[in-house]
Design a protein around this ligand. Structure first.
Ligand SMILES: [Zn+2]
Length: 66
């Protein structure tokens, strides 16, 4: 996966801590680049969104078809 560019980040501060976003702690979500103050905050977000995305997919399609 390409590393997102800091210029494209849509938020200025980390949603967990309120600290400024770090260029080393970016990820993509729903086609946008979102940022965090540290890789730990980013990883916590990624873990949560992956969990919920998987559960929502399972609800929408119980048979497991894509
Ligand atoms: Zn943070």
């Amino acid at each position: 996966m390409n590393r997102p560019a800091g210029k494209d980040v849509i938020n200025a501060t980390c949603p967990w801590s309120g600290k400024p976003v770090s260029a080393a702690a970016l990820t993509r979500y729903r086609g946008h680049v979102v940022g965090f103050c540290s890789p730990g905050c980013r990883d916590r977000f990624e873990a949560a969104t992956q969990l919920f995305d998987a559960q929502i997919r399972a609800l929408a399609d119980p048979a497991g078809r894509e």
